[in-house]
Design a binder for this molecule. Structure first.
Ligand SMILES: [Zn+2]
Ligand SMILES: [Zn+2]
Length: 375
């Protein structure tokens, strides 16, 4: 308290001293203070000023720790997500083999048995093949030797040329050729070399879930009704048990095997129908993008570019779109009609057209649409 009073008195003395100074000296002092302030301000600006700094850069800098956390968590969660996909798919396959298949074999006609066996196994093989290929195939990266690379821009993170359609993945910390997105369910980037595997996996997984949901509908209804009955009987049994001695308690009406069967069927149907809805929507979205010859990232870039050119009275043309039908042929690698069977309906490890570094017209495209560049 005393020290505060002393400090206050010292400041007051200094102020009085200032006031007692002559007008000239007081002016000089103010000038000195002003100069000192300008010097400090200049020092600070010379250390931190950047003409490119705007509100976006400031926000990005502030959110940098959040981005870092998300990137690292996603990388770690990727392993958990892959284990989840494998675990859930295996559980559904196990339920189908243990619970549903014996029932189908006992009750269905030979024609229906053949259909279920053929379709079910074909769909399962397609899911397993495309998922395995999607997680193990590298999406493709620009080469390390930068001599013959015709980059259209420079990656700020890699400080290296970035070919057209290439984007930097902050989770993989690398540039990815024709990058679509980083998929935590694959723990891998979706790019030039594994885009087809990713889409085919989504498509066949959705088809498999729809197949299980439709063919298991009757069983689900029966199992759901049985579980409701089970709950009711259990309640009654407990009420009876509360009024009787231990030895007079009636035995459970459903065996463990029956309970497990009904609960498994309900689990199968609920999981399959939920995945069919969610993954079906995602697959449709990606199908629309493929039809337009765009990736998920290009969808946003092209939309902005379309709006920008529209204001100038110009029309935007996607330089990587060859027309809806040809876009699908290029995406699936269908060069001749028999490829629809061998490359689309059967597991096929064929490579996509081109290297992902330059974008020449693929050989399967029937006609070249006049100006391929955006105007
Ligand atoms: Zn990069
Ligand atoms: Zn990535």
């Amino acid at each position: 308290m005393r020290s505060r009073q002393r400090m206050f008195a010292a400041v007051m003395r200094l102020l009085l001293k200032c006031l007692r100074l002559g007008r000239r000296r007081r002016f000089k002092l103010v000038r000195q203070v002003e100069q000192l302030w300008h010097y400090g301000h200049l020092c600070l600006r010379s250390l931190f000023y950047n003409s490119f700094t705007d509100s976006d850069v400031v926000l990005d800098s502030l959110f940098e720790p959040v981005y870092w956390l998300v990137d690292h968590v996603t990388r770690w969660f990727g392993v958990v997500f892959v284990a989840l996909v494998i675990g859930l798919t295996s559980s559904i396959v196990a339920i189908v083999y243990i619970c549903l298949l014996p029932l189908i074999l006992q009750t269905y006609t030979p024609a229906w048995i053949c259909w279920h066996l053929a379709y079910g196994h074909w769909n399962l093989i397609m899911i397993v093949f495309h998922y395995y290929m999607a997680i193990t195939t590298s999406p493709g990266h620009p080469p390390q030797a930068k001599n013959d690379l015709t980059g259209v821009s420079i990656c700020r993170k890699c400080i290296a040329p970035k070919p057209a359609r290439t984007h930097h993945c902050s989770i993989c910390n690398r540039c990815v050729l024709k990058m679509d997105h980083h998929c935590p369910w694959l723990n891998n980037c979706v790019g030039h070399y594994n885009h087809r595997y990713f889409f085919s996996f989504c498509l066949f997984m959705t088809m498999g879930c729809i197949y299980c949901s439709i063919s298991g509908w009757e069983m689900f209804r029966d199992a759901y009704a049985a579980i409701e009955r089970m709950k009711l009987l259990e309640k009654e049994r407990l009420q009876v048990a509360a009024n009787q001695t231990y030895y007079q308690t009636p035995p459970p009406t459903f065996s463990f095997r029956q309970r497990a069967f009904h609960k498994s069927v309900v689990y199968l149907w609920v999981l399959c129908s939920s995945v069919a809805l969610a993954l079906g929507a995602l697959t449709l979205w990606h199908a629309a993008l493929i039809t337009r010859g765009e990736t998920s990232i290009e969808r946003h870039i092209n939309r902005k570019e379309r709006q920008r050119l529209q204001k100038k009275g110009k029309v935007f043309r996607n330089p990587y779109s060859y027309g809806s039908w040809d876009n699908w042929k290029v995406f699936l690698g269908v060069d001749v009609p028999r490829h629809w069977l061998t490359r689309v309906l059967l597991p096929s490890p064929h490579l996509p057209h081109g290297t992902g570094l330059s974008w020449d017209l693929p050989p399967c495209v029937t006609e070249q649409r006049a100006p391929l560049l955006a105007i």
